[in-house]
Design a protein around this ligand. Sequence first.
Ligand SMILES: [Zn+2]
Length: 214
Amino acid sequence: MEEQEKPENSFGLIAGWLCLDFTNTVSREDHTLNHERLHSYADLVAWSQQAQILNPAAAQELLWEAWQRPEATTRVVAQAIQLREVIYEIFSDIAAGRKALPASLAQLNGALAQALVHSRVVPQEEGFAWEWEEDTTALVRVLWPVAKSAADLLIDGELDRVGECANDACGWLFIDTSRNHSRRWCDMKDCGNRAKAQRHYTRKKKKDGMEARA
Ligand SMILES: [Zn+2]
């Protein structure tokens, strides 16, 4: 059987934490955004579905709502990218051992305040859990769990485990779960291999140069 393309699984969710996966919807080279993946509200919905913060029915409803409200949709995509970059700044600083900037935290707190209005505590079979308002077609709802996830990571996460890919042209963030805190790459298959190939190429060039001179 021919393999079907699965656009809903096209985002690399390798970070191990929701808000960091969200920052990885773009690559960064010298603070310039490269390979943007969030071009439209539909992209945002596709990411949210893959990240399992939106079920298919809710996704359909939001796409329908977005289609009817193009101006609001453009605003929410801009808001998403702004939130993403604030989260990136905070955790990129933390990964580098720097303090998060107060201005970035203030922006995150703004997004968090908007999000938490729509959250509630609900009983579970055992204990209680957070839940988001379900019966809403607010386009911005896809950002609520992302903002909360950033707050959760700051408060409850192991911040010394937050890392940034060592490839200068990547900038993806992740939680390093390796035993000796040795994870350097977002993905060994991707940036790790590229770095290995680069080292091999540099070594080979040096060796060839030496042989040519001999
Ligand atoms: Zn990388």
